[in-house]
Write a protein that binds this ligand. Structure first.
Ligand code: COA
Ligand code: AMP
Length: 641
């Protein structure tokens, strides 16, 4: 495209959004080059976009920086060291603590020093398995400081999930805490870490343990060290320069198989994307207070509890609690009032939980929310009843935005920092500048408006998105890129309407979202299918009013299996809980005589889900045995009664 046509396109653009979107689309190098200037590089990039040896676009390849520097030192250097960087609010331990940029930088430098003293260096991996305590954020930033690659594993995952990640990432060290604290229960973490290391072929040299007074963990003197004792004597470590394309972190996410995918995030593209998104999407002032009520184990926690707000210079809140029962369903509003939160970000399921317990919002009425500007939601589709409830009760703009672990930041949103657009219920609004969203059919043709298909992103992807899957580039190619050349296929289905609004309708693969947590039904099937009495099985995600989706297992027994249905269910529930974790919420398993299949043997999971959700369904013409569908309907009816 010539500069003349670009300019013509921009003149025709009628809105601020269209103008910015057009700039990013028509000249990504110019657009992102300008955005990169807002980041404090050690050596600014001369090259903005270049393909790597696999033909994958890489951003700012010759730029040199350090993400921890951007998040902490940069602000201290610029006279903002006294500003509050992090607020830890923990209703489960009744603790509140805050750290200025200066204090956080000092702590993180020492954690970095401690890791370096244990031999952790640039490029080494560090697995972080921690509850929502400030040390989790410090550990992440300390890794970034020395150029080590962190891989945070959500605390709700069981030892075998942790073991898989340890084997894949091969960490030199693991950082953990003695326990996590959930509503009314203390969950010792250290035995889970010990078990995961025992089960894993890879053994880390060091395990650093943050001892919490609620439960003191036993330390193995040959391997484990106490966080507090070692930090007290550690030498502060300076920021190590890294290349823009060097990995900052690996975050494992559920795919369609039992093996999670290690999404790789680079340093430079990520920093630029974080900085851009804090302004363009969240419209955050530099000294504002940002609260992502999520967990550091998920991508939302990485991007918007730790990196985004700190790189932007905001105050970020790290909340160790739930939206309800810690102590009540006014918890979110209490935090918003107490810290004068500007932007609150959580998953719709959190607000459904609040609505369930305080439907008239009586607790909300007790708090002053005058500071709160906007509420953002992601992790699952924002269902219109929840949108209505939150909007009417808070009287704030409620913004649904769509993204994935793979992208690290929103693909579609109402970009309030650029232009506030009308909200359409069920839509995450329009593609964010930098993302070119198209809806494709199965052979890769672009579909017209209002037709549902595969939601895909035309390449190049903007800065911040994954360049590969950790040590498995083929999986990146086959899982996302090869289906439609020139596109990244998201795994979500949906459509664009006549106004260009995007409607994400759900996953088109074996991934489900349970309480905003991404889980693989394929993995659950592998676990359920591994039970000695099970001949075959299908696990589907069915609708749940609170958690969005819940897994349902249908199992066919082996001939002669001697186990009652009740016993089998308990064993399967226990098995999934032990092998994935409580977070899977696998609690329903039904025994059926056969599974509905096509004549070629493919299980009709979509139809099973439709039956379970009470939706209308069409009997596929390729079905092998239509009677199997009635059997499932009957089994479900019996289980409900
Ligand atoms: N460590 C250990 N266990 C954990 C855990 C953690 N970090 N997080 C959750 N669990 C356990 C819970 O204790 C629970 O165990 P149980 O079956 O023994 O009771 C199980 O995992 C399921 O947890 P969850 O799905 O969170 O259910 P819940 O009933 O405790 O809470 C909500 C429901 C909706 C309140 C809660 O899921 C929530 O706040 N979600 C917000 C969504 C969110 O953070 N999304 C991230 C992306 S934005
Ligand atoms: P995760 O990688 O855990 O962030 O999960 C990403 C998946 O969650 C997406 O592929 C979607 O299926 C779903 N998701 C996230 N945000 C939204 C949203 N705003 N609307 C619909 N689905 C969403």
């Amino acid at each position: 495209m010539t500069s003349q046509t670009i300019e013509q396109g921009l003149i025709n653009a009628t809105s601020a959004y269209e103008k910015e979107y057009g700039l990013a689309k028509n000249d990504p190098t110019l657009f992102w080059g300008e955005q990169a200037e807002k980041v404090d590089w050690f050596e600014p990039p001369k090259t903005i976009l270049q393909n790597d040896e696999h033909g994958i676009e890489r951003w700012f390849p010759d730029g040199v920086l350090n993400t921890c520097w951007l998040a902490l030192d940069h602000h201290c250097e610029n006279g903002r060291g006294d500003q509050t960087a992090l607020i830890y609010d923990s209703p489960v331990t009744e603790t509140k603590r805050s750290y200025s940029y200066e204090e956080l930088c000092e702590q993180v430098s020492k954690v970095a020093g401690m890791l370096a003293e244990r031999g952790v260096a640039k490029g080494d991996r560090v697995v972080i398995y921690m509850p929502m305590i400030p040390e989790a954020a410090m550990a992440m930033l300390a890794c970034a400081r020395i150029g080590a690659i962190h891989s945070v594993v959500f605390g709700g995952f069981a030892p075998s999930e942790l073991a898989v990640r340890i084997e894949d990432a091969e960490p030199k060290a693991i950082i953990t805490a003695s326990c996590g604290i959930e509503i009314n229960k203390i969950l010792p973490y250290k035995p889970l870490v010990d078990k995961a290391i025992m089960d894993s072929r890879w053994k880390p040299e060091t395990v650093v343990v943050v001892q919490r007074e609620q439960c003191i963990a036993e330390l193995n003197p040959d391997r484990d060290i106490d966080w507090h004792t070692h930090i007290a004597k550690a030498q502060p470590h300076a920021c190590v320069p890294v290349l823009s394309t060097d990995p900052l972190y690996i975050l494992y996410t559920s795919g369609t198989t039992g093996k999670p995918k290690g999404v790789v995030r680079d340093n430079g593209g990520h920093a630029v994307a974080m900085k851009y998104s804090m302004g363009a999407i969240y419209d955050m002032p530099q000294d504002g207070v940002f609260w992502a009520a999520s967990d550091v184990g998920w991508v939302v926690g990485h991007s918007y509890i730790v990196y985004g707000p700190l790189i932007h210079g905001c105050t970020s809140i790290l909340y160790e609690g739930k939206p309800v029962r810690t102590p009540d369903s006014g918890a979110f509003w209490r935090v918003c009032e107490e810290y004068k939160v500007d932007v609150l970000f959580s998953a719709p399921t959190a607000f459904r939980a609040i609505k369930k317990e305080d439907s008239d919002a009586q607790l909300l009425a007790q708090y002053d929310l005058s500071n709160l500007k906007t509420i953002y939601m992601a992790g699952e589709r924002l269902d219109p009843p929840t949108l209505d409830w939150v909007t009417s009760k808070t009287d704030k703009p409620v913004i649904d935005h769509w993204w994935q672990t793979e992208t690290g930041w929103a693909i579609a949103s109402n970009p309030l920092g650029i232009e506030k657009m009308a909200v359409k219920a069920g839509s995450s609004t329009k593609p964010v500048p930098g993302y070119q969203v198209e809806v494709l059919n199965e052979i890769g043709d672009t579909l017209p408006p209002n037709q549902q298909g595969f939601v895909a992103l035309k390449r190049p992807l903007p800065p911040g998105c994954l360049p590969t899957v950790w040590r498995n580039h083929d999986r990146f190619e086959s899982g996302y890129l090869s289906q439609c050349p020139g596109y990244y296929v998201s795994g979500d289905g949906g459509y664009l309407d006549d106004d260009g609004y995007l409607f994400i309708m759900g996953r088109i693969d074996d991934v489900i979202n349970v309480a905003g947590h991404r889980l693989s039904t394929g993995e659950m099937e592998e676990i359920v299918g591994g039970h000695p009495a099970v001949a075959e099985c299908a696990v589907v995600g069915i609708h749940d009013d609170l958690k969005g989706q819940l897994p349902l297992g249908l199992v066919v027994l082996k001939d002669g299996a001697k186990v009652s249905d009740g016993e089998l269910k308990d064993e399967l529930v226990g098995k999934v809980r032990n092998e994935i974790g409580a977070v899977a919420c696998f609690k329903q398993a039904l025994v059926v005589d056969r599974l509905p299949k096509t004549r070629s043997g493919k299980i009709l999971r979509r139809v099973i889900r439709q039956i379970a959700d009470g939706e209308q369904y069409t009997v596929p013409s390729t079905i092998d045995d239509p009677g199997s569908l009635q059997e499932i309907e009957q089994a479900l009816t019996e289980s409900e009664s």
